[in-house]
Design a protein around this ligand. Structure first.
Ligand code: SF4
Length: 111
């Protein structure tokens, strides 16, 4: 464990498991939304980011989506608004020690 990791609380993301065993993407709120909208030219511009954050806020599979991106995204290649988070927000989640726990595991708080 690094000194940095010891300064932050351990966060765990636990999808509720309701979508386990099925294709959660089928339920995604972004189905049919222009994918380019999730890759704003300027992440600092709220008018470019907020519309897609709103889509994610109402998404029934947001936890699954965030779990997947946190587990698979390469730290040097973070792009786009995913699960309502920007690349810099996901970087902070990684630094804070967010881990992904498979559905059915004991304990944990959803992010
Ligand atoms: S959380 Fe957002 S990016 Fe992820 S599946 Fe849902 S709508 Fe799509």
């Amino acid at each position: 464990m690094t000194a940095r990791a010891g300064r932050f609380p351990l966060l765990r993301l636990v999808p509720d498991g309701a979508s386990a065993g099925r294709r959660w993407r089928d339920d995604a709120a972004c189905v049919g939304v222009d994918p380019d909208a999730f890759y704003p030219a300027d992440m600092a511009q709220a008018d470019q980011v907020e519309p897609v954050r709103r889509v994610c806020r109402g998404c029934p599979v947001r936890a699954e989506c965030l779990a997947e991106v946190m587990a698979t995204e390469e730290p040097t290649r973070r792009w786009g608004v995913i699960a309502g988070t920007t690349p810099s927000e996901r970087r902070l989640l990684h630094r804070a020690g967010l881990t992904v726990t498979a559905p059915g595991s004991a304990g944990g708080d959803a992010a």
